[in-house]
Design a protein around this ligand. Structure first.
Ligand code: WT7
Length: 632
């Protein structure tokens, strides 16, 4: 199933469009099924109702673990690199990983988990996180991994939305020179989570935690009570595999649902192709498993293909800005898959951190999460790839399950800051505001997908109507991505960024409404409006316009209070970079905030505000502009 020439890509693409069922049926033969499907695809984008590999039975962990044991049991599955470079790294072979997953799966069962139960995972980037994820899949429980940077309130909202029965966490996490008290945060969250019966706690940072009798148990104790034999649960291709919460234009994050069969096929197929993975190579994705990139391209994609996946606990700048390059050298990394924000941040340290680092093992480079600017692309290409490693700029989303538009390494000619061409099976289309297709090349519009692919979301947990409204109602019979996009003269795609009220801050997806709701929780705040603005390292920064008549002249302190509130309500990742206190917001006569104007002001482009005649009080704009100029 690996594409090795551009010619083959073109042929496969053609085939995948002309006969999608035959194409994906053949791809799926490369995986292990307990029972075959009777129908490859049935679909309806209006409902939406999408089924792939109907009737088929499988367990994804048999594909990620068991099937490699005979030939590759002693091959490294996971290489763990700890936050502190002085500590030993850990290698888990496929045999070892299989054994630990089975053992922990038995721990889950012992604590009352069964097929279909939802389990929340809130953990540091340690091997046990991958083990916990796979153990859920082993017994058919649905995992909902929550990134370690989210607050207690965010966790509680997510746990309650999907009524999780169990939580898996650790005493704490390391992030550079910081420690995050994960168990404390979970304790706060669980006060408001009546469905949670058990909490399994891994010892990691060895900080004191409080263990609630009857609810909390230690991972290390539990594994002693069970053996390591655990038959995988037989799952239907369309049974739920996991939920992953993501932000949209409304306040409440959505639980994106992925199912077993299609997701597995898509994650595995795209992994092996996009990165041109070769047996024995070491692959390093720097994402956190708390995001979709980690699900698909640290855990399921690589392991389903028998690859060696590096799992890194730390951050790119700890203990210094050489860390990624030290890891590349130490583990002889062949593929490095990271985010533009990390590249830009490392660029800013100059060449000194690269001195004397042996990066010769690198063969393929990847970028994900946000548009990569040309400067960062060239730096990545020249300084890290030495002009020899193709860069795959991979465009996709939590909802798509896997990479959609991307070069295929060594196959597709690349172009700086272009995601290039759709992968086989993916049918992108650009539409105008009215949903009319924009044909031809050298055009731009809103990016939609007009045909299903196996990795696509099936619903949003507990609220199918919301899935329909968000993705399938804007334009009839199309999946709407929320992204703007241009297609150049060569038919190459370049993603230009969100066209909705979603921000992309350091590759993290944050809804403006979510941040506004959080700011508005602060006593004294009457109203707020949040927009993004260009930020050199983060891609986008968060700019908040806040009406707060009660700050008693203590603007700096009030700002800090607001940041604290946002951290409490969402998490530190959603903290505004700039807060501007204003007396009013630019509103239309119908009371709608004109964000277009605020965006311009945030960008510092106040000369071109466009038409402001529909504003209720145009004077407000002058006031805001004057205040914004005084803001540092
Ligand atoms: C949004 C999805 C895909 C995993 C990580 C983010 C933006 C993603 C690219 C890219 C330009 C990109 C889009 C998309 N995005 N990859 N290569 N070039 N933009 O997943 O949190 O669901 O965010 O990230 O705006 O809609 P996510």
């Amino acid at each position: 199933m690996q594409i090795t020439s551009f010619n083959q890509y073109e042929e496969d693409y053609k085939k995948s469009i002309e006969n999608p069922e035959q194409f994906w049926g053949e791809v799926a033969q490369n995986f292990q099924w307990r029972k075959p499907w009777f129908k490859v695809l049935s679909w309806n984008f209006n409902e939406p109702d999408i089924k792939w590999f109907e009737g088929a039975k499988l367990n994804i962990t048999e594909n990620c673990l068991d099937r490699h044991l005979e030939k590759n049991g002693d091959k490294p599955a996971i290489i763990w690199e700890p936050n502190n470079p002085e500590e030993e790294s850990v290698t888990l072979t496929y045999k070892m990983l299989h054994e630990r997953v089975c053992r922990f799966a038995n721990v889950l069962k012992r604590n009352g988990a069964k097929k279909g139960d939802r389990i929340c995972i809130y953990m540091p980037m340690v091997p046990e996180l991958a083990i916990a994820v796979l153990a859920c899949a082993r017994i058919g429980a649905v995992h909902s991994v929550i990134f370690g940077g989210f607050s207690a309130k965010s966790i509680a909202d997510r746990i309650n939305d999907s009524q999780c029965k169990l939580v898996i966490t650790a005493d704490g996490a390391y992030r550079g020179n910081k420690q995050i008290p994960l168990k404390d945060v979970i304790d706060d969250a669980l006060i408001g989570c009546p469905t949670v019966e058990k909490c399994i706690v891994l010892t990691h940072v060895r900080t004191p935690v409080s263990m609630l009798k009857g609810r909390d148990v230690w991972w290390e104790d539990e594994v002693k009570h069970v053996n390591d034999i655990c038959e995988a649960e037989e799952m239907d291709a369309e049974d739920m595999l996991f939920i992953l919460y993501t932000s949209g234009s409304t306040g409440k994050p959505k639980g994106v649902v992925h199912t077993c069969g299609g997701y597995m096929v898509y994650a595995g197929y795209t992994f092996t192709n996009v990165f041109n993975y070769q047996p024995g190579e070491v692959y390093f994705c720097t994402a956190d498993i708390g995001w979709i990139t980690g699900h698909s391209y640290i855990v399921y994609g690589p392991l389903s293909q028998g690859a060696t996946s590096v799992l890194f606990e730390g951050i790119p700048t700890y203990p210094n800005a050489s860390r990624f390059w030290d890891i590349v050298e130490k583990h002889k990394v062949n593929t490095l898959y990271t985010a533009p924000t990390a590249i830009r941040s490392l660029m800013s340290f100059g060449e000194e951190p690269l001195q004397g680092k042996d990066l010769s093992s690198i063969r393929v480079l990847g970028s994900v999460g946000e548009p990569i600017n040309e400067e960062a692309w060239h730096w990545f290409d020249e300084k890290i790839g030495h002009g020899k490693a193709p860069i795959v700029d991979t465009w996709w989303q939590t909802e798509t399950g896997g990479i959609m538009i991307s070069p295929i390494a060594t196959v597709t000619p690349t172009k700086p800051s272009y995601a290039t061409l759709p992968l086989p099976g993916i049918q992108p289309i650009l539409v105008d505001e009215n949903g009319k297709e924009i044909e031809g090349n050298g055009v731009s519009g809103n990016l939609c997908i007009k045909f299903p692919w196996p990795g696509m979301l099936r619903t949003t947990y507990g609220d199918h109507e919301r899935c329909k409204q968000t993705y399938f109602s804007t334009y009839e019979n199309l999946y709407f991505t929320g992204d703007g996009c241009l297609r150049d003269e060569d038919g190459y795609y370049r993603i230009t960024g969100r066209v909705d009220d979603v921000l992309n801050v350091s590759g993290h997806r944050i809804g403006t409404a979510e941040v506004e709701n959080a700011i508005n929780m602060h006593a004294g705040v009457v109203e707020s409006a949040v927009v993004g603005y260009p930020h050199d390292v983060k891609g986008q920064g968060i700019y908040a316009f806040v009406i707060n008549p009660e700050m008693h002249g203590e603007a700096e302190l009030t700002k800090k209070d607001i940041l604290q509130t946002v951290t409490r309500v969402i998490g530190a990742i959603a903290k505004p970079d700039k807060i501007l206190f204003v007396f009013g917001l630019p509103k239309t006569r119908s009371g709608k905030i004109m964000r277009r104007i605020l965006r311009k002001i945030a960008e510092g482009d106040t000369a071109n505000l466009g038409d402001t005649s529909t504003l209720l009080d145009p004077g407000v704009v002058e006031e805001i502009i004057a205040a914004s100029k005084a803001l540092k």
